[in-house]
Design a protein around this ligand. Structure first.
Ligand code: DQA
Length: 142
């Protein structure tokens, strides 16, 4: 009943990074909220962050090897650039839920295309930290 929660570049700075867009919760705050809800749902969370594209690819492979129930993925800016992450999602059977704090479609043109979204089971975006919790609700039902 393991759920991987993978976070990409610049999300280590959450809380101080453009708080008017991304909110004041830090990644640790979000991890705490997820852990509380996971306990109620009988799930276990493995939350990670990296600024390096290849780590996210490796961790997607690892999620399948560990028989994770799902991956919640906020790939940050790699969402809009990474064919490698797209292909990694396609390469594993583990369902991947794309999440974003902000709503990329309501922002700059360059955020409107998502390589992650083309491969993910579904997407939750625009609800701040709640996006992650909603993704966990979905993962609990897989
Ligand atoms: C983000 C949206 C991306 O466009 C951006 O590059 C991020 C954060 C979000 O959670 O809103 O780094 O993934």
């Amino acid at each position: 009943n393991l759920v991987y929660v993978l976070n990409g570049p610049n999300l280590n700075l959450l809380g101080t990074r453009e708080p008017e867009i991304y909110g004041h919760d830090t990644l640790d705050d979000i991890a705490g909220q997820l852990e509380d809800r996971a306990r109620e749902l009988g799930l276990e969370i493995d939350m990670r962050q990296s600024n390096h594209e290849g780590h996210l690819v490796d961790w997607l492979h690892e999620a399948q090897a560990q028989a994770a129930r799902a991956v919640i993925l906020n790939a940050g800016a790699f969402t809009h650039t990474s064919i490698a992450i797209h292909d990694a999602i396609k390469s594993v059977r583990t369902p991947v839920i794309e999440v974003h704090l902000s709503s990329p479609h309501a922002r700059e043109e360059f955020r409107h295309h998502s390589y992650v979204g083309r491969a993910a089971r579904g997407t939750i975006a625009g609800f701040g930290a709640l996006s992650y919790l909603l993704a966990l609700e979905a993962a609990a039902r897989f």
